[in-house]
Design a binder for this molecule. Structure first.
Ligand code: 1HE
Length: 264
């Protein structure tokens, strides 16, 4: 469902090229600050992806991925309105993280506050050298409210999150890579090329494997060991029973499929 009215600016754009959708935060004049309308358009954009799309790339127009929460909207007068604001973000971000398609982020410049909360929903993060990560909520007198306490803490540990928030420590792309905020670092302007290369690989996987990676893996991480092992066994049984898995395994055994080779 797209709730955008015809005269409303397109704050999030969508381009589709075969199996790959490129979704772009399109508010560069405000450094892609996340207003509620941006969040809603993002949610609607992911919800409306056609079945032909099997992987998405999320990027930010301009020199910054996202400056986080649109601070001009920090006018909630009641606690209930503030709570609703967070719930709207959680709804959109859950749809991205636990959706049908894996999402690759291309990060440049500021990836801060809510921008980092958004990046932490993504399945693969490619940071250009210019990318930097910060949590300036402490300096602004607010708190994380887009799921970062949970998601960013799961990526880098709550102690690092606390330190970044307390001290205003800004993490550069290389450090972000070392601690798990980015999976790849590329030279300036190379992030999209890398993301497209990764998207082609992801689109080549069996859809059921991609589903299990997006939906079962995070669930297993939350479960006690005995439950996690059972969930894994169930998911393994379902994926390997699919005809596609049998064809892919046969292709390897008959030497028709690529080997796993050293990255060097
Ligand atoms: C904004 C925002 C914003 C820029 N909300 N309007 N996030 C922050 O604390 C980060 C605040 N932003 C910055 O530190 C800087 O803007 C940047 C480092 C990201 C970029 O700097 P620069 O020099 O390229 O741009 P600029 O001149 O600071 O900003 C350009 C315009 O965007 C300007 O508006 P203009 O009308 O004067 O042109 C800025 O006011 C506007 N702008 N960032 C609103 N964030 C769910 S809870 C999450 C909690 C958080 O995310 S807290 C972190 C908030």
């Amino acid at each position: 469902m797209n709730t955008r009215t015809p005269q409303e600016p397109r704050l999030v754009t969508l381009e589709i090229d075969g199996a790959v959708a490129t979704i772009t935060l399109n508010r560069p004049e405000k450094r892609n600050a996340l207003s509620l309308r941006v969040i809603e358009q993002l949610r609607d954009c992911f919800a409306a992806l056609p079945a032909t799309v099997s992987v998405a790339i999320l990027a930010g127009a301009g020199t910054h991925f996202s400056a986080g929460l649109d601070l001009s909207e920090l006018s909630e007068s009641t606690a209930a309105e503030g709570m609703q604001h967070s719930l709207a973000w959680y709804d959109a971000f859950s749809k991205i993280q636990f959706g049908r398609v894996p999402v690759i982020g291309v990060l440049q410049g500021a990836v801060v506050g809510g921008g980092l909360e958004l990046a932490s929903c993504l399945h693969v993060r490619v940071a250009e050298e210019s990318a930097y990560f910060g949590l300036p909520e402490g300096q602004r007198g607010i708190f994380l409210g887009g799921g970062g306490s949970v998601r960013v803490s799961k990526l880098i540990g709550f102690s690092r999150v606390a330190e970044m928030m307390l001290t205003g420590h800004v993490v550069n792309a290389q450090e972000g890579h070392a601690i798990g905020l980015a999976h790849y670092v590329t030279p300036a302007g190379e992030g999209m090329r890398k993301a497209r290369e990764l998207a082609e690989r992801i689109a080549g996987n069996a859809p059921l494997s991609n589903f299990a990676i997006l939906n079962a893996l995070p669930l297993i991480a939350e479960q006690p060991m005995s439950h996690g092992l059972m969930t894994e066994a169930l998911m393994a049984t379902v994926t390997q029973s699919a005809p596609e898995a049998k064809q892919r395994v046969a292709a390897f055994l008959e030497k028709r499929a690529a080997k796993v080779v050293s990255p060097d």
